[in-house]
Design a binder for this molecule. Structure first.
Ligand code: SF4
Ligand code: MG
Length: 328
């Protein structure tokens, strides 16, 4: 079957003072309808930039798509005009950000903002839109929704605001939702509740979901597949449980070994020694070689392609087989 979203060999560059930064350097991943793909990586790995390119909200300049294709329901979004992309973004895909307070309009009540989503896209009356807003607030678990529909974003807690953002995204019943670190700013307990809600709604509405995170702990229970990114590339993709059991890339293995306790908030993926590369000077060969315990001569010179390493599994490592065997 045709995937809902099929990103192929995407490249995005940023002009910076230090030169051209290859923020996304040949990313490929797919999302099936009704499935959740977690995109995992350290900050600067290109996971958010890829998502922004999919949404068509890259600030250009300084960011430009320089190659690849973004097939959404079979159509390459990169070939469409601005107006058509805006329409698709409004009706078929929605994004949820980490910081709801800056994503929501501070001077409009949440009911007005939610209602506007309906009015613009379905042409319902103001009154009807208000009723729908209340309904949706109830659906995402806002207590006393009817009484609170006139409240402003700052009057809600962080977790409740995130629920309102989810409601905004759902208003249009999109086919794809991209959530970029949707729970990173929240307490552990609230984090789990919001994640559960997102997973539940994804099932109910049969949407595709891309969950962008730096936190392995939050994706285990909600994702179907994982794409691990490093230095602007996907280095491994796998069904989530297989990846946990037996990673096929040394970077993924490092990430798994660096997790002290699943579900513990605020953990960064820094336990692998060394730092991710400067994106204006990505190392030749395998970009991970300066940090890789398995690196050999070939890794310094030859960039590994994304090898097929099993059903639904890929790895961008020359020595994926050893890595996989070592993990078993
Ligand atoms: Fe390590 Fe080489 Fe594999 Fe890169 S290709 S991850 S450097 S073993
Ligand atoms: Mg980010």
């Amino acid at each position: 079957a045709q995937p809902l979203l099929d990103v192929q060999d995407l490249a995005v560059e940023f002009r910076t003072r230090d030169g051209v930064a290859k923020a996304v350097n040949g990313v490929s991943y797919t999302v099936a309808a009704g499935q959740t793909l977690a995109v995992l990586g350290e900050s600067g790995s290109g996971k958010s930039v890829t998502a922004q390119a999919v949404m068509g909200i890259l600030d250009s300049p300084p960011g430009f798509v320089t190659g690849g294709r973004i097939l959404f329901q079979g159509r390459d979004l990169l070939t469409l005009g601005k107006e058509e992309r805006r329409r698709i973004r409004g009706a078929k895909m929605a994004m949820i950000f980490q910081d709801a307070l800056s994503a929501l309009n501070p001077v409009l009540s949440v009911g007005t903002q939610l209602g506007e989503m309906f009015r613009v896209h379905t042409g319902t009356s103001r009154k009807e839109a208000r009723a729908k807003a209340v309904e949706l607030m109830e659906r995402v678990g806002i207590p006393a929704a009817r009484a609170r529909v006139g409240d402003y974003p700052h009057q809600f807690s962080g977790g409740m605001r995130q629920r309102i953002m989810i409601a905004m995204a759902l208003a249009l019943e999109p086919d794809l939702i991209i959530a970029d670190e949707p729970t990173t700013a929240l307490d552990v307990t609230v984090q789990a509740q919001v994640m559960d809600l997102l997973a539940e709604l994804r099932r109910e509405y049969r949407m595709g979901l891309i969950l962008i995170t730096h936190d392995l702990g939050v994706v285990a229970d909600v994702a179907d597949t994982i794409a691990v990114m490093y230095a602007g590339r996907v280095v491994e993709t796998a069904p989530v449980h297989q990846l946990y059991k037996a990673p096929a890339h040394p970077y993924t293995r490092g990430l798994l070994e660096s997790v002290p306790r699943l579900g513990h908030k605020g953990r960064e993926l820094h336990a692998i020694k060394g730092l991710p590369p400067n994106l204006t000077a990505i190392p030749p060969g395998c970009a991970f070689h300066p940090r890789c315990p398995l690196a050999r001569d070939v890794c310094h010179t030859d960039r590994p392609p994304l090898y097929d390493v099993g059903p639904g599994r890929t790895s961008a490592c020359h020595f994926w087989k050893e890595t996989l065997d070592g993990a078993r």
